[in-house]
Design a binder for this molecule. Structure first.
Ligand SMILES: [Fe+2]
Ligand SMILES: [Fe+2]
Length: 168
């Protein structure tokens, strides 16, 4: 999804590489977030696009990139049978904030981004414009990743049915 060779991506890495290299962040590669997409990849996608938009608009792109990376820094595997979506929306933001605070010292803006990235759910109200950007990037990336998952699942199904019909 992100082109690793462009200059903007290198600039993004300049402000986030300490976090990307942290074992606490790398652990997210083991957590499935959407079908075929790890939580680590989802966080990188959200952080990168938030960085690009905030940089273009003259907003605090460093905070957007860094808090974007940490916005889903939690390790449990959510499913709708064990917790409602609303409960999950509040609980994972709280967990992510706690985990991020134990990893680095956060600014007020970064705290707001992580705590309120589930804007539009319940009474969550961001205090900063960068939080809205990260929140929208989160929703777009989630949708894109979920659609990609549906396409992969559909292709798997077609592949299996073709293999099955040939074997029969
Ligand atoms: Fe989230
Ligand atoms: Fe997210």
């Amino acid at each position: 999804m992100v082109d690793a060779n462009n200059n903007l991506y290198r600039e993004f890495l300049d402000v986030t590489d300490d976090l990307i290299d942290a074992p606490e962040f790398k652990r997210l590669s083991e957590c499935r977030h959407h079908y075929g997409v790890s939580r680590m990849q989802h966080c990188i996608n959200v952080a990168y696009y938030s960085f690009v938009v905030c940089r273009r608009l003259g907003f605090d792109y460093r905070a957007a990139a860094r808090a974007g990376l940490l916005h889903d820094l939690f390790y449990y595997d959510w499913n709708s049978e064990t917790m409602s979506f609303r409960q999950h929306a509040y609980s994972h933001s709280k967990d992510a904030l706690k985990n991020a605070e134990s990893l680095i010292e956060l600014t007020e803006l970064e705290r707001d981004i992580i705590k309120n990235h589930m804007w539009l759910c319940g009474k969550i109200r961001p205090r900063y414009r960068e939080t809205y950007i990260v929140s929208v990037a989160d929703k777009i990336c989630a949708l894109w990743e979920a659609c990609r998952g549906v396409r992969i699942k559909a292709a798997d199904k077609v592949g299996k049915s073709l293999t099955g019909s040939r074997a029969a």
